[in-house]
Design a protein around this ligand. Sequence first.
Ligand code: ATP
Ligand code: MG
Length: 233
Amino acid sequence: MIETRELNTYYGDSHILRGVDAQLPGATAVGLLGRNGMGKTTFIRTLMGYVRPASGQVLADGRNVTGWAPERMARLGIGYVPEGRGIFPNLSVRENLVMAARAGVDGRRDWTFERVMATFPRLSERLSHGGQQLSGGEQQMLSIGRALMTNPRLMILDEATEGLAPLVVAEIWRVIAEIRATGIATLIVDRDWRKVLHHTDRAMVMEKGLITLAGGSAELLAQPEALAQRLGV
Ligand SMILES: Nc1ncnc2c1ncn2[C@@H]1O[C@H](COP(=O)(O)OP(=O)(O)OP(=O)(O)O)[C@@H](O)[C@H]1O
Ligand SMILES: [Mg+2]
């Protein structure tokens, strides 16, 4: 469904993405691993249209969508949960969710306000709280809830568990499993590479803006040395 070809992205003079070819097929969970600063977030930001690549292409169902604005990319059915969360701090939990609501590209409304409430009971107890009054874990849940309200075909989660307490982290992985089970494709970036491999069908390792290892997640789990060398773990 979403594919990149030879993506090259710069920040000023720094060449960050160095020809990234990646495939995000429909209904498939894909992990993106790599040490700090290797370009994972830059890849996502380029894919979503926040950053314009110097060369290369982003394709959606075979159509060239390179350079499309983020809002237009989102309307292709991509839900993005950015690193550092993307909620509106001055709006209530309910407002944050309701303003994000829309049908999916195929017209489906699988993810309703009620279903998001059922998925995140903690949010349902805090509907009138402002975004800034939430704990870190609750903000992350709200961010995921907002993305689900758009009924995406693909969910991108960039470090969704970062800085959260173990119980909240477990809760987020439970929701990631639920999202996967409903047939939504996912792109998951997380520091916990074992968890990523357990929750995905395929995975890629990025080093200095290049994919240097890719394959089935089960296959990669069986080669811990290759991973350790690339991830520095
Ligand atoms: N807005 C920016 N301007 C200039 N350089 C940037 C900017 N954002 C990131 N970089 C640099 O680009 C490189 C890739 O950063 P990026 O955030 O894509 O890495 P990452 O793999 O997501 O890392 P992390 O695991 O720490 O989130 C890093 O060297 C970073 O310092
Ligand atoms: Mg990052």
